[in-house]
Ligand binder design. Structure first.
Ligand code: TGC
Ligand code: FAD
Length: 389
């Protein structure tokens, strides 16, 4: 039997990519193999985000990569997806950093910001010299951001911001936080700068997931924000939700990378693991389990590629993103859990990647809309009935 298919790319997605997209994938892939994978195990165990990688990530043009101008790379959406996939093959934490900076901070500044805000923040963020975070979730329920308590009141030319945000990626290293708050004039986005009096952040410790990523809370105690720091283009929840569509799209690709890393690990392991006198890879049940991983990865790849092509045509619907975020996160977490099991006791060791990816994916399937939220978005599309209310 021929063995010509790439086990990580059974349907030859690579042949569907342009030369530029292949170059992006291979360049980021090499960076991940050489610089990211060797240090992620330790970073995860030490509960540390490898900050020194920010410069290299920026140097490769991976921050705000789809933005045209402002020192950004101006890549298409498929390239952005491939970047997420390759980074998350290393670790979801580094992909999270790039997702937040690109889709949740630079995207809203670019899409809804004033020219002055764009000039001030985008080039610095593309170079990794300024870090951003995105504050939407509050302690009383992240799934329902319309029930937001954080609020801002007009005071002359300024706004006075009060409230708090929880579970915020990059919280304690951010130079600027995009903070969503209710006002008498509807929901607005504020660029809160790290040195503004009354603004504080605190890291969330003891996480069992995304340990190589910084997560924290943001606190606002009468923070005075000048009008110049308000995003002029947002007046409703649609603003932050549109940012989530960008980040969720990237996640659909990212989790494919995590799943590929897990499949790759068990493909290797089961060749050498001899049980009952033969390699584990030769048993029917283990082959079926690995074939199922491959089937699910292939389905996810096809969904994300199609999504990217639709997005590049400007025809993307948030419901299509929800379906892929649901499908691909579910596939990846199931693959990681099954890969961990195939490794037996070794599967609980950090020496092998599945358990780290499995633990990370518990966050990834939760943030940017839980699985249930995405199922209900699809249900609403199909039935026309809103099950959230
Ligand atoms: P709803 O009435 O449905 O919508 C309000 C307005 O927004 C529009 N809209 C969207 N627009 C763009 N993209 C989307 N995904 C959109 N979803 C809705 C909608 O058309 C409407 O527009 P208009 O013109 O009619 O005003 O709002 P709702 O309050 O009923 O909520 C719907 C729901 C539940 C889907 C939404 O609240 C939701 O998505 N909840 C989940 C929240 C969430 O995902 N939070 C993520 C926080 S950030 C994060 O997790 C970062 S992790 C990053 C990392 O580390 O990688
Ligand atoms: P809840 O909203 O309290 O949900 C609890 C459970 O109820 C879930 O299982 C959910 O699916 C279910 N549920 C909700 N609604 C319904 C319903 N209508 N019917 C049935 N079941 C329902 N947020 C940010 O704003 N910025 C960030 O940078 C960010 N980074 C994060 C990083 C990490 C590591 C994590 C874990 C989270 C991060 N989040 C961030 C928060 C994330 O978006 C929220 O955790 C997520 O939206 C879910 O909110 P919640 O945790 O409050 O859960």
């Amino acid at each position: 039997m021929s063995n010509k298919l790439d086990p990580m790319d059974i349907y030859d997605i690579r042949s569907e990519l342009s030369d530029d997209e292949v170059m992006v994938k291979d360049t980021v892939g090499r960076f991940v193999d050489d610089k990211v994978i060797p240090l992620m195990r330790e970073a995860f165990e030490k509960h540390e985000f490898p900050r020194h990688l920010i410069g290299e990530v920026a140097g490769l043009g991976l921050l705000g990569s789809t933005i045209d101008g402002y020192d950004c790379a101006g890549l298409n959406s498929v390239s952005y997806g491939l970047i997420c996939q390759e980074l998350e093959r290393g670790d979801s934490g580094l992909r999270s950093f790039v997702s937040v900076q690109s889709s949740l901070v630079m995207f809203p500044i670019h899409t809804y910001g004033s020219e002055e805000q764009k000039q001030r923040w985008l080039p610095a963020m593309a170079r990794g010299e300024a870090i951003g975070c995105f504050g939407l979730t509050e302690s009383h329920g992240g799934s329902d951001p319309s029930n937001m308590k954080t609020h801002a009141k007009r005071d002359g030319d300024d706004w006075i911001l009060n409230g708090s945000k929880m579970w915020i990626t990059n919280a304690t290293i951010a130079d600027a936080a995009i903070v969503w708050a209710m006002t008498d004039a509807g929901l607005k986005g504020f660029i809160v700068e790290k040195d503004m009096p009354g603004f504080d952040s605190q890291e969330t410790e003891n996480k069992f997931s995304l340990r190589a990523s910084i997560t924290g809370a943001l606190f606002f105690d009468n923070v005075r924000i000048p009008q110049a720091n308000v995003l002029p283009g947002v007046s409703s929840l649609k603003g932050p939700l549109s940012c989530l569509t960008q980040a969720r799209y990237g996640i659909t690709w990212g989790v494919i990378g995590a799943a590929q890393a897990c499949l790759n690990e068990v493909l290797n392991y089961t060749q050498d693991r001899i049980l009952f006198g033969k390699p584990l890879a030769s048993t029917q049940t283990v082959q079926i389990r690995m074939a199922d991983m491959s089937r699910r990865i292939t389905t996810a790849q096809l969904m994300s590629l199609r999504l990217g092509r639709i997005k590049d045509k400007g025809e993307l619907s948030p419901t299509q993103v929800s379906m892929a975020k649901w499908n691909n996160c579910r596939a990846a977490i199931d693959i990681a859990r099954d890969a961990r099991d195939i490794l037996g006791a070794a599967g609980i060791s950090a020496e092998y990647v599945p358990i780290r990816h499995m633990l990370n994916l518990e966050s990834v399937i939760t943030y940017e809309g839980t699985e249930t939220i995405h199922q209900l978005v699809v249900g609403k599309e199909l039935t026309g009935v809103n099950a959230f209310g």
